[in-house]
Design a protein. Structure first.
Length: 188
């Protein structure tokens, strides 16, 4: 069993080989959520809460003067964390539900693998939410998640090559919409 750090590193730097390896793995959803999604999804909310305590409240990606209470920072972090988990769940459902329409397989576990592992750059870039002026760096780094969807979707969801581009495009649009919905709360 790979460690969290080694799996994240291989997803980031060897995505094609890693998604082929992940495709062959028998993994229960609880293991994906517990060993991968939960720890990585917590990075942004923790960094953001610390940033709010140290640098103050944010409005429109800028920091206002004035401190934030510990209660407000923790509340923001909890809501952000729950939204991050909901986003992975929603994306995995979209991935699984759309696959048969493009000649692929409906498989909730495989879809969760794609959604979870493709989200790696987005979660790691959550560290930039510690300071409001760095948030855009995090958004740019998060864009790599879209490439990981492009690589992983055809492999894990068994979409034929001639239909994978359309499938990937639709899933990426859904992922962007989900990201925008979640980020309306978490970035501010």
């Amino acid at each position: 069993m790979e460690t969290l750090a080694s799996r994240a590193r291989s997803v980031l730097f060897e995505p094609r080989a890693t998604f082929k390896e992940v495709d062959a793995e028998f993994t229960k959803p609880g293991a994906i959520w517990g060993r991968y999604v939960l720890p990585l999804a917590a990075i942004g909310p923790i960094a953001g809460a610390i940033g709010r305590l140290v640098f103050g409240q944010r409005i429109a990606l800028t920091t206002l003067t004035g401190s934030v209470s510990i209660t407000d920072a923790i509340t923001w972090a909890i809501i952000s964390f729950v939204l991050a988990l909901a986003a992975v769940f929603a994306l995995s459902q979209v991935i699984s539900l759309l696959a048969p329409g493009f000649g692929g397989q409906k498989n909730d576990v495989q879809a969760l693998k794609v959604a979870a592992y493709a989200s790696t750059p987005m979660w790691l870039s959550g560290v930039f939410s510690i300071y409001a002026r760095l948030v855009m760096v995090g958004v740019i780094v998060s864009a790599y998640s879209l490439y990981l969807l492009f690589v992983g979707l055809p492999i894990l969801m068994k979409v034929p090559q001639n239909r994978s581009m359309g499938y990937t495009a639709v899933v990426i649009i859904a992922a962007v919409v989900i990201f925008l919905l979640v980020s309306t709360y978490t970035l501010f």
